[in-house]
Design a protein around this ligand. Sequence first.
Ligand code: 13P
Length: 250
Amino acid sequence: MRKAIIAGNWKMNKTMAETKAMIAELAPKVKDADCDVVLCVPYTDILAAKRAAKGTNIKIGAENVHWAEKGAFTGEVSAEMLKELKVDYVIIGHSERRQYFGETDETVNKRTAAALNAKIRPIVCVGETEDERVNGLTEKVLYRQITEGLKGFKSKDFDKIVIAYEPVWAIGTGRTATATDANVTIGYIRKVLAKKFRGSVAEKTRIQYGGSMNVKNCKELMAEEEIDGGLIGGASLKADDFAYIVNYNK
Ligand code: 13P
């Protein structure tokens, strides 16, 4: 019922030339995918990525967006600017943004609203740190991130909003949540959505898993009922690996 979505998060990787080459290599390998295929790329790569992906089933996303319409925010990029580039998705509240750049649930909320206003689909990231996990705080943290980060949105907004559950301790570490654990935790996120919004929101919202998802574990993760896709870091930088994940059901 929910269409799977496999998205790459390139983080701070690839020049324009590398972007062009990667998408040219990737496109034929993912053309028969049953899921939505997305690459979220650095701002400087967006135009090259859009051009290279033209006429393919690959959608292009950004990795962040500011909430203000315009103004004195040196180094930031507005939703209007992304809209003009015809960006389809934008990652919001990635744990690296939360950890290194002061992102909070409040700024996540404002950025998500800006993306929705511009008709760009937000991929909102949530997830607990290692410390929070060992102290039994996972559900509490996720509850806060979901209720505060998505505060005020309407049922119809969740046709566009994608949630990425990314346990921070699994990002870039080679450690993955077990498929069962990831499934249970994403099931919990769905319960929060049902309670705070409504049952239909929990039913329809696509929730990805992210954190060292790769060619070895993707089939097992994607076989879980609650997991609707992946947000892939390292493995999205190689065409063969990313294509393998996108074609997880072939
Ligand atoms: P890795 O796949 O490299 O662990 O990164 C996950 C991630 O942060 C995706 O947003």
